[in-house]
Design a protein around this ligand. Structure first.
Ligand code: SF4
Length: 521
């Protein structure tokens, strides 16, 4: 009965109104101005072999309403031996045996953030964990001084269009509910939030928040369809003092709010005290808990300190408690970490949190480049991904300076696609290098259009090439504007191959190299 229920395609039960809304959203995503026309998974094989997935033709889990079950999490089903449609989809996208996906979800090393109420819209399930490709998250959302729904949807589009695997809505101003609703309706990728942000906007002062207010906000966002929530359950009252002498104190917004609340009321963190109530909410909607790193370092000087690792110990304890209730969990990580201190972060997280997926912000490997922190952080992200982090939260060049716009979202996503992809290659994931090899072959064949198509950002690659050589004639030219025709080393190599072949025996046809002086190296 259970298996039949979760296998039933939701689209068969869709009301005409819902179907119309879904189709109109799909049409807007596939509008002509979008050259990629695919807002979902773009793994290496998919690009090499052509586009394969139809994001609208998915089998989905029924929403919680009317189900009558107290737990609908993917972990619960996996532990019952049930392969859900979402597990099947993840297996397909990751090119993994479906039983491996089920085993890993049951074990907690793979999560599928898929709120049943977002599945009822157009969520395309994805997985985060050891056996999956390294994923990236893009943060969007407004602030009290900037942005509106239209701008946030533009950011969402850029994020998903250029390859973000999940998106966090971190809105802190305006009509937060309306913005989140629009994002959830439009997004084919999981949406994460930090519920305390919205809770704070509803009161005059942080200290006015009650414990029930905080828990009610988690439930409210879960009911809306949020797929994962950052909850700063691990910052205990006794840890606050450890962070107060730091160079940059507590840099997590949620962490600083919790710390202030605890010190004002002289009480323990309500998300820790009432963790079981959060678990009940998570079980009801299948909201994945992203256990926040409230005490992450915000500067190299604070990296790997007592405050950071004290909180990590508590997150390990909470991971076990969540798993005991079949709730999916990932662990958030730093932050600002010099390169030589990155590896130990992964080792400790995997040991203390029992290999729960690790989701890191950067880390930034130097503090001296405001305006370029998509680069300082992508360096750290590539390294931490290589060492074993499972999802990388992007940082834009606007970090520390202001709210990123849609173009800065695009740059941040591309920087992190590079980091995640480089990590997949270094970790030896089968097929990870296929797209690199295909692009390199196209490069050596001077097939410029194919180079653009295989690029992470085809628009940018074409734009830069065409700055100097815009004519169609140059799309097969054996040079570009960097070296010019006479000094193009790949052209010269091809001429050598044309003349001498693989055996090294000279062929007699006259080449352009013979007609032109070969430059000294
Ligand atoms: S001209 Fe230089 S940069 Fe351009 S394709 Fe040839 S070798 Fe590469």
């Amino acid at each position: 009965m259970l298996r039949r229920f979760i296998s039933e395609p939701l689209c068969l039960r869709m009301s005409p109104g819902r179907r119309q809304l879904r189709d109109s959203i799909a049409a807007s995503w596939h509008r002509a101005a979008c050259p990629l026309r695919l807002p979902v998974d773009r793994g290496a094989r998919q690009w090499v072999g052509g586009l394969r997935s139809d994001p609208l033709n998915l089998i989905r889990l029924k929403p919680a309403e009317g189900v009558g079950m107290t737990c609908v999490t993917q972990m619960y089903f996996a532990r019952q031996g049930v392969v859900t449609p979402q597990m099947q989809r993840v297996a397909e996208r990751e090119e993994l045996p479906v039983e491996l996906v089920r085993d890993e979800v049951a074990r907690g090393r793979l999560i599928i953030p898929a709120n049943v109420n977002h599945l009822a819209k157009r969520l395309d399930p994805m997985g985060i964990g050891k056996v999956a490709r390294v994923k990236i998250n893009a943060n969007i959302g407004n602030s009290a001084v900037e942005s509106d729904i239209g701008q946030e949807l533009d950011k969402l589009h850029n994020a998903v269009h250029y390859g973000a695997d999940t998106v966090m809505d971190l809105s802190t101003g305006g009509d937060i509910d309306a913005i989140r609703q629009a994002i959830l309706e439009a997004s084919p990728v999981p949406i994460g939030t930090v519920p305390i942000y919205q809770a704070v906007t509803a009161v005059q002062m942080v200290e006015d928040l009650t414990e029930d207010d905080l828990l009610a906000m988690v439930e409210h966002q879960a009911q809306q369809g949020v797929d994962y929530v950052t909850v700063h359950c691990g910052i205990l009252r006794e840890y606050v003092g450890l962070a107060l002498g730091r160079v940059t104190g507590i840099v997590s917004r949620g962490g600083s709010l919790h710390a202030y609340w605890m010190m004002h009321h002289n009480k323990q963190n309500p998300f820790y005290t009432h963790f079981d109530r959060i678990l009940e909410i998570a079980r009801r909607y299948d909201v994945t808990l992203s256990l926040g790193d409230a005490l992450r370092p915000g500067s190299l000087a604070d990296a790997n300190d007592r405050a950071q690792f004290a909180e990590l110990e508590t997150l390990g304890e909470l991971t076990e408690r969540a798993w005991a209730k079949d709730v999916q969990v990932m662990i958030e990580g730093p932050g600002h970490i010099p390169m030589h201190l990155i590896e130990v972060n992964v080792r400790k997280e995997k040991e203390i949190c029992h290999e729960a997926p690790f989701y890191t912000l950067g880390p930034l490997v130097t503090d001296i480049a405001p305006g370029y922190d998509h680069i300082t952080s992508a360096i750290g992200a590539a390294m931490i991904g290589w060492y074993g982090a499972d999802m990388l939260c992007y940082v834009t060049r606007k970090e520390h300076l202001g709210l990123p716009n849609a173009e800065e979202v695009r740059e941040g996503v591309i920087a992190y696609k590079i980091a995640a992809h480089a990590a997949d290659i270094a970790r030896g994931r089968p097929g990870a290098r296929d797209r690199d090899d295909a692009l390199s072959r196209a490069r050596f064949a001077f097939d410029w259009n194919e180079q653009f198509r295989l690029s992470l950002d085809p628009d940018r690659a074409r734009e830069l090439h065409d700055e100097a050589l815009p004519a169609e004639y140059f799309k097969s030219a054996e040079f570009c504007a960097m070296c010019g025709p006479k000094f193009c080393s790949m052209h010269i190599t091809r001429e050598i191959e044309r003349r001498f072949g693989e055996t090294g025996t000279e062929k007699r046809e006259t080449s352009s190299v013979e007609r032109e002086a070969v430059p000294a190296d």
